[in-house]
Write a protein that binds this ligand. Structure first.
Ligand code: URA
Length: 310
């Protein structure tokens, strides 16, 4: 069993301290996640003379509910603010201190949503469904909202960490080739790893169509010569598969383990999602050193691949 990445520990520690919803009403919201693994605590800052906003605007910006639906739910007494039923959806609330619930489910205090999905095989990283079933179907209803999209791409048969957000600016920063946010993958190879890959990948390898890649780090697992870890600083189409094809090997399975400083937690099963804390979102831009990551996690992720026959 591998240890849970440090970035998740705060969430877990906070969650275990708060196993019931809103221990500290008005200050904390505890979301019971769909996957029932991580309970994410968000802190509502103390009110600082915020401009009040309409309840229906607040909810519609943070959920999938339309203003007319919100009006209907409010009239039926299904919306509470700080545990008081509010029947008029145009009521003004303080967005900094309000603890809003619709049908008993807390509405996220954050305007933007950040979700980490452990992508399973067979889903496409797109909001459209022209080429298959979208990963968006895996988002549980309580985390759904308008404008969410996958910030990055994993092939239909690839697995692992996929960030889903409605924060276009963050997604742009994360995906821009100029940001060089690294991503680490574990791959199962068809043929044994060769040590010459380390030098070849650390140069600027040419793909079969003449595409030149940025230098990448690669390392073989000690548990199997057909398992390798690779860190990329860019995301060209089928890049990992094409890089191994360029050295006459073949990727049979690929799982993304990190996106910047975000490490896929072991307990997040394929197809499950968790909402990220702002701190975790900031961590996206503080990636682990590849060698440190490998020292800490190579055995655990290798064992995971072998045990699950991936
Ligand atoms: N590289 C690939 O070849 N496929 C992916 O899904 C991600 C990176």
């Amino acid at each position: 069993m591998f240890t849970i990445p440090a970035i998740m520990l705060t969430s877990i520690a906070n969650a275990s301290k708060n196993s019931n919803v809103e221990k500290d009403a008005g200050k904390r919201i505890l979301h019971q996640q769909h996957c029932d693994i991580f309970n994410i605590v968000e802190y509502i800052p103390k009110g600082k003379n915020m401009t009040p906003i309409r309840l229906d605007k607040y909810i519609s910006e943070r959920t999938e509910y339309s203003r007319s639906k919100i009006k209907e739910l409010a009239a039926k007494g299904k919306i509470t603010v700080n545990n008081i039923i509010i029947k008029k959806s145009d009521t003004k609330i303080d967005p900094e201190t309000a603890l809003v619930k619709v049908l008993g489910t807390p509405v996220s205090v954050s305007k933007y949503r950040y979700i980490l999905l452990n992508k399973p095989d067979g889903y496409i990283s797109s909001t459209e469904e022209n080429d298959g079933i979208s990963v968006m179907r895996l988002i549980p209803p309580e985390l759904r909202k308008k404008g969410l999209f996958p910030a990055g791409r994993l092939d239909k048969d690839s697995l692992g960490a996929l960030l889903i957000t409605d924060d276009g600016e963050l997604a742009h920063k994360l995906l821009s080739p100029r940001s060089h946010v690294p991503k680490i993958y574990i791959v199962k190879l068809d043929k044994p790893f060769k040590s010459k890959y380390i030098d070849i990948f650390s140069g600027s390898i040419l793909l079969s169509d003449g595409t030149q890649c940025l230098p990448a780090k690669v390392r073989c697992s000690e548990m199997s010569d057909k398992l390798a870890f690779i860190e990329l600083h860019e995301g060209k189409y089928h890049q990992v598969k094409r890089m191994f094809a360029a050295v006459e090997n073949h990727v049979e399975k690929l799982m993304r383990l990190t996106v910047g400083g975000l490490i896929l937690p072991e307990k997040l099963k394929f197809g499950e999602c968790m909402e990220l804390l702002h701190k975790d979102v900031e961590n996206l831009f503080y990636p682990p050193d590849f060698d440190d990551f490998c020292s800490d996690f190579i055995g655990d992720f290798s064992a995971f691949m072998l045990n699950n026959q991936l």
